[in-house]
Design a protein around this ligand. Structure first.
Ligand code: E4P
Length: 224
């Protein structure tokens, strides 16, 4: 089943989009939490109040060595939430992922900027891989191609990691990624809003209103 996440801890926006989108949960990173100024524990509990107890949270470690990441992940996995621990796919991060997966705890390899990083993280057993589509595009490379190539390698080698592409600036990037058949995605709030915002939609709805009222006034459909 496809998993849709919001890449934010903004409670107002989470509540807004939870009304119209089937959210599996939210993804965070240290910058997102720092920007909100609200710590992880309050964030998890407030988000759960809005989204419910089945919510999945992708939470990033901030430790700097493999051993410390492993310890931090252990504590995060013990929290009473459905937590996937995000670990940057660096050399020390991959070592932590490889170790944590010996206990089969859920892990996402994050900060993926290249095909090789994604492939190695998958070999280490990461459950999710988060390539940064817009950041790759912004560097003059092609984020969509990177995701497509990782996907091809996952299929060719029968690796079970799910792609969870992140870092989007526009709906074109999102739609190109979805067409690849990825199993999950995380959207920033402004891009999620853009998905609804085709300029022809509201004029079409307004025209229906106008035509209806000209003949049936304020009657509802079943009253006509
Ligand atoms: C996701 O998990 C990443 O941390 C995040 O999407 C990066 O997005 P940005 O490039 O918009 O900061």
């Amino acid at each position: 089943m496809f998993e849709l996440y919001l890449d934010t801890t903004d409670l107002q926006q989470i509540s807004r989009f939870n009304k119209s989108l089937p959210l599996k949960g939210i993804t965070t990173n240290p910058s997102i939490l720092a920007k909100s100024g609200i710590g992880l524990n309050d964030t998890l509990s407030e988000c759960t109040k809005i989204l419910g107890p089945e919510t999945r949270f992708h939470v990033q470690t901030v430790s700097k060595t493999t051993q410390e990441i492993i310890k931090e992940a252990e504590v995060l996995h013990q929290l009473p939430y459905d937590i996937v621990v995000k670990i940057p796919a660096t050399e020390i991060g991959l070592a932590a992922i490889k170790h944590i997966k010996t206990n089969n705890k859920p892990v996402l390899a994050t900060a993926i900027y290249s095909v090789q990083q994604g492939f190695l993280a998958a070999l280490c057993g990461a459950d999710y891989l988060a390539p940064y589509v817009n950041r790759i595009d912004a560097m003059g490379a092609n984020g969509i191609d990177v995701v497509a190539d990782i996907q091809r390698l996952l299929e060719r080698h029968n690796l079970s990691s799910k792609l969870l592409p992140a870092s989007f600036k526009n709906t074109r990037q999102v739609m190109e990624i979805l067409k690849l058949g990825v199993e999950s995605i995380t959207l920033p709030v402004d891009v999620a809003a853009q998905l609804f915002a085709h300029p022809s939609v509201q004029p079409a709805v307004d025209q229906f209103d106008q035509d209806w009222q000209a003949v049936f006034g304020d009657k509802l459909s079943f009253e006509s």
